[in-house]
Design a protein around this ligand. Structure first.
Ligand SMILES: [Fe+2]
Ligand SMILES: [Fe+2]
Length: 167
């Protein structure tokens, strides 16, 4: 009995240590993006519920990192692209009225990709994640990477949680 408890508490401690370690590793790989003035501008725009665009991207980046690292995929690219995937830099609630673009859902991945490309050299996985995260809305532009498919899920999951938290 004593031995079993010992093992149990050791496993718990190791899990806690891994949690902290992964959290630190996550922050290290997105820190430059998270502090960049262009990315910080996303804080100005409401996104889902009471969540702004910056917080939403941070949520997606975090889940991307954890899932991809757990599955031994490219967690760094998944986190970085998660942080940039909605870098369209306008309030989508008023966007159609102001610009006449009624297809924000379809057009914003390309806008985010263009904005992000101005400041960072994006790799194949990052490009795929940003351009295809709205699947199946843009049905013919589906992910070509596993990290892209994961982002399709994390983006919807985070969006649903953020919307349901609205008070
Ligand atoms: Fe999006
Ligand atoms: Fe998103």
């Amino acid at each position: 009995m004593f031995g079993f408890r010992n093992i149990e508490s050791r496993i718990k401690k190791e899990q806690q240590f891994r949690e902290v370690q992964w959290h630190q590793d996550f922050w290290k790989c997105i820190e430059d993006l998270a502090r960049h003035p262009v990315v910080l501008r996303m804080k100005l725009y409401a996104h889902h519920g009471n969540t702004n665009c910056y917080q939403h991207c941070m949520n997606v980046a975090y889940y991307n990192y954890k899932l991809c690292r757990f599955m031994h995929l490219d967690a760094v690219s998944a986190a970085r692209a998660g942080m940039l995937h909605d870098l369209f830099l306008y309030d989508w609630h008023t966007h159609a009225k102001k610009t006449g673009d009624h297809f924000h859902g379809l057009t914003h991945p390309k806008t985010a990709y263009k904005n992000a490309s101005k400041f960072w050299k994006l790799n194949r996985v990052e490009k795929d994640i940003i351009l295809t995260h709205m699947w199946p809305l843009n049905f013919f532009r589906f992910p070509k990477t596993k990290e892209g498919w994961i982002t399709v899920l994390t983006d919807k999951f985070c969006g649903a949680c953020e919307t349901s938290k609205r008070r």
